[in-house]
Design a protein around this ligand. Structure first.
Ligand SMILES: C[S@@+](CC[C@H](N)C(=O)[O-])C[C@H]1O[C@@H](n2cnc3c(N)ncnc32)[C@H](O)[C@@H]1O
Length: 281
C-alpha cells in the first residue's frame, strides 16, 4: 500500500521559516516565537503608584524539522498541539507548578515542548520512538536551544509498543512527577499503545500527573453521514475502559490560559489531565 505524505497545518498559517542552513538536505530551520512577561506575571507599580507595564520579552525556539513526511515519521515535523502544550507549561511554570519537578515527554517529536518544560523544571526526560533519526534530531534541536534549557535534559528512546523497558528508563519513570504528550492520538494502533503506556506509567508509585493535548481531526464518513473524529473517539473509549480499573482522576481542562506562542488555538485542540494516586502493594 502506498504511504501518504502529510504536512503539518501550522506551516501554512504563519511563516516561521528562517534562511538558516539545516544539517540535513530537505529539512528547514524554523523559529517559533513566544512572549514571556518580564520579571513575574503580577502587576508592578512605580514610585508614583502608576501601573508599570513592561513589554513582554520575545523569545524564540529554533527547531530543525521536515516540512513533509510519511505517516510513520510525523515526529520529524512540528504539530499544533505542541504550542498549546507549550502555553500550558509556561502557564504552570510562571505559577511555580514545575519548580523542582521531573517532566517526562512521550512522543516528543522535534523536542519543542520539552525545551519549554526545561525553562522551569528540575529535570526533563524527552522521549520518542527510536525511528528515522528522531532522537538525533531532538539532540540537535537541544543544542540550538541550549540557552533556553535551564534543567537537566536527557533524550531517551521510549516505544509505546514495547513491553520491556530497560532499568534506566524505569528509574526515570519512577522519578517522574509530570508526564506530557501532544498530538500522539492520530492512529488507532498508536493510540491503543499510548493508553497502555500511560497505564503502566501511572501505575508506578509515586503518584503522577499527565497532561495530554490532542487535536480532534474530523473526517466525513458515509456510515455516519456526518463528520466524525474517529481517533478521538477511540481515545475516549480506551480511556473509559482503563480508568474503571484505576484510582485516577481524569478531567478535560479548559484551554483558556494565556497564549504565549504564535499559532491558531483552534477549538479542536483539547487538553486532558490524569492524576494518579498512591498504589498500595
Ligand atoms: C504527530 S507527532 C507529534 C510530535 C510532537 N509531540 C508535536 O506535537 O509536535 C506524533 C509523535 O508520536 C510519536 N510516536 C508514534 N508512534 C510511537 C510509538 N510507538 N512510541 C513512541 N512514540 C511514538 C511519533 O514519533 C511522533 O513524535
Amino acid at each position: 500500500m502506498p504511504e501518504y505524505t502529510v504536512t503539518s497545518e501550522i506551516y501554512g498559517e504563519y511563516d516561521y521559516k528562517t534562511g538558516m542552513k539545516p544539517s540535513r538536505e530537505g529539512n528547514v530551520i524554523s523559529e517559533f516565537p513566544f512572549l514571556l512577561p518580564k520579571g513575574n506575571d503580577k502587576a508592578q507599580f512605580d514610585e508614583d503608584s502608576d501601573l508599570d507595564i513592561e513589554r513582554p520579552q520575545r523569545n524564540v525556539i529554533k527547531i530543525e524539522h521536515s516540512s513533509k513526511t510519511n505517516i510513520s515519521l510525523v515526529g520529524l515535523q512540528v504539530w499544533r498541539g505542541a504550542f498549546l502544550l507549550g502555553d500550558l507549561l509556561i502557564h504552570l511554570g510562571l505559577n511555580g507548578g514545575l519548580s523542582g519537578k521531573t517532566v517526562l515527554e512521550l512522543g516528543a517529536g522535534t523536542g519543542l515542548t520539552s525545551f519549554v518544560a526545561a525553562i522551569y523544571a528540575k529535570k526533563v526526560v524527552c522521549t520518542d520512538i527510536d525511528l528515522g533519526g528522531i532522537l538525533e534530531l531532538i539532540k540537535l534541536n537541544a543544542k540550538y536551544n541550549s540557552k533556553l534549557i535551564k534543567s537537566q535534559f536527557k533524550v531517551m528512546p521510549l516505544d509505546f509498543t514495547s513491553t520491556d523497558w530497560n532499568v534506566s528508563l524505569l528509574d526515570e519513570i519512577k522519578r517522574t512527577d509530570v508526564i506530557i504528550a501532544s498530538d500522539v492520538i492520530y492512529d488507532d494502533d498508536v493510540t491503543a499503545a499510548f493508553i497502555s503506556t500511560i497505564q503502566k506509567i501511572l501505575n508506578t508509585n509515586p503518584p503522577k500527573t499527565i497532561y495530554i493535548v490532542l487535536e480532534k481531526r474530523y473526517v466525513f464518513t458515509i456510515e455516519h453521514m456526518d463528520s466524525v473524529a474517529p481517533c478521538y473517539e477511540t481515545f475516549l473509549a480506551l480511556l473509559d475502559k482503563v480508568k474503571i480499573h484505576s484510582n485516577w482522576i481524569v478531567e478535560q481542562l479548559p484551554t483558556d490560559f494565556p497564549k504565549y506562542f504564535t499559532y491558531d488555538r483552534v477549538k479542536d485542540l483539547v487538553l486532558w489531565k490524569i492524576t494518579s494516586k498512591e498504589i498500595s502493594c
